[in-house]
Design a protein around this ligand. Structure first.
Ligand code: MG
Length: 163
């Protein structure tokens, strides 16, 4: 069984991962409405990945014979100010997620919970990848701009993402 503190922070993280999925799905739907199907599909795959992260955390708690408490997922809100702004919002959100994953590692260290510490390592690596991936998209949107031709090409390319 994990400690009460670890249990609390892990349940909180499950909620954050599901919320991320919710947020990215709302972005995906919006871009779909605009006809940007490739961007939309990329975001939907990202949303699915976040839900998978939530499930991974949930499974871990169960494996440690600990309690899972599912909480209300808040309504995702974002202001649409162009395609780049969507990815900037996503990037900022992922940085917050990285911060909370780091807090889990910190707490696990304090609690001398080596199992949680080694489990959460995977998430830390995953966050590095995720931040980098989104940052690359923002950089390219910056350099190529949000003109129709460049959006069209990037939309096609991002639409190729399979997982
Ligand atoms: Mg995640």
């Amino acid at each position: 069984m994990v400690s009460d503190k670890i249990n609390e922070i892990m349940n909180e993280q499950i909620n954050k991962e599901f919320f991320s999925g919710y947020l990215y799905l709302s972005m995906s739907a919006h871009l779909h409405e605009l006809g940007l199907f490739g961007f939309s599909s990329w975001l939907k795959i990202q949303a699915r990945e976040e839900v998978e992260h939530g499930l991974k955390l949930l499974d871990y708690l169960l494996e440690r014979n600990s309690y899972v408490t599912l909480r209300q997922i808040r309504t995702p809100e974002f202001e649409f100010k162009g395609v780049k702004s969507v990815f900037e919002t996503l990037y900022e959100h992922e940085k917050c997620i990285t911060h909370s994953v780091m807090n889990i590692a910190k707490l696990a260290e304090e609690e001398c919970d080596r199992m949680t510490l080694s489990f959460i390592d995977w998430f830390i690596e995953e966050q590095t990848e995720e931040e980098q991936r989104v940052h690359d998209i923002i950089k390219r949107l910056e350099i190529f701009g949000e003109e129709k031709a460049s959006l069209y090409l990037m939309d096609k390319e991002l639409g190729l993402r399979e997982k």
